[in-house]
Design a protein around this ligand. Sequence first.
Ligand code: FAD
Length: 406
Amino acid sequence: MNTGIIGAGASGIMAAISAARSGAKVTLYEHSDSIGKKLLITGNGKCNFSNMLMDASRFHSGTDSTGRIGRILKRFGTKECTDFFESIGVMYRERKGGIYPYTDTAESVRSALKLEIYRLGVETICNCGRISIKTGRAEGSGEKSDCSGCLHEINGRRYDRIIIACGSKVAPRTGSDGSGYELLKGLGVKLTEIHPALTPLTVKDDLSVLKGVRCDAYLTLIDASGHAVESSAGELQPYEHGLSGICAMDISGNACRLLGKGERCYIETDFLPRFTDDEVKKIIEDRLKSFPERNLAELLTGIFPKKLIGYLVHPIDTRREGFLNELVNAIKHHRYELSKEMVSDFSRAQTVAGGVPVDIIDDDCMLLGREGIYVTGELLDADGVCGGYNLHFAWATGFIAGRQDL
Ligand SMILES: Cc1cc2nc3c(=O)[nH]c(=O)nc-3n(C[C@H](O)[C@H](O)[C@H](O)COP(=O)(O)OP(=O)(O)OC[C@H]3O[C@@H](n4cnc5c(N)ncnc54)[C@H](O)[C@@H]3O)c2cc1C
């Protein structure tokens, strides 16, 4: 079997190793000058490459009507992933569920993958230039005697199987420049709209006064009809134009899906999620009694960071009847309208929502009705939350697509 793989990121490298280990002759095409470039910037250079909790609930997709993401993760779960990395010499450690190389450096993951690629004799063509794909059964034996039954061609070379692993258009300096989408469109594949995901939430308000604050929060994404779409909890990091931090990024893909459809949507922040509205009211009432000399901002001292207190109490006039309810509302139900601009801003995104519908591949990641053409990784319409899920999905789909003996 001759296998040609386009894109040497996480999923393409994994596909190459998996295919070569199962006996294929493999060529790996990469248009940048080296393989696995994006890996180096993952996890702030530490490469959070998988997670102990691995199931489909950690992923978003608009096109997974048959549970394919779950089936892929069942075939290649956390154990299969850590076993694989051990097999290439990468020791690992777990931190809050996330799995990292023991060295805490992405470079050691990339180096171990490279060593395995070389050991297996994968032909790697960096700076490969513009790729052209021809699909369909090649007639006649042609010039390559070892490939008389090949179906497809990459840049004039024949392959039995082609794996398209070009990533998305996030972090283009690493090579993922969106050209994979063009290749697929050229093959007649219909893609769903692509939006940024795992990106900060841009809001219409100016949040400059909150810049630098880090606080606990529970966020809820609310659609135009007031329904809660998704929630997420964790450390929030507001900045001038919006809300950042893992809990904000985790719901950004769905926010962009709504905004992309032209819908308005909102984020409701709960700055004291451990307590109910009534409990928060009681806490403030008790403080009013215990500290009668304190003003409203001083009453909240010790609960929130100073800048957040100023922001919460600023619009509240204690002379107004019901000011206490207003304060509870500001603490528990602060709403921000999301700005449409975030839909077209990929500059801070870590992945994308949308792409090749998961419904048009089979469980081996082969395009339905396109024998021998596979799609893996971030090109697929499956975006995971923070915590090693996107790399895991890239490894899983690469591993499965690469195997020719499954
Ligand atoms: C800043 C940042 C931090 C991240 N941190 C994490 C993390 O800690 N954990 C995690 O799970 N995920 C993380 N991610 C997401 C993760 O990196 C991606 O989901 C994953 O790399 C996708 O793998 P891939 O193989 O599909 O695509 P990529 O890794 O993007 O690889 C695609 C490869 O294909 C090549 N290519 C593209 N087009 C062509 C073409 N036409 N011809 C030839 N070659 C081509 C590209 O140059 C690239 O090498 C992070 C992403 C970013 C941007």
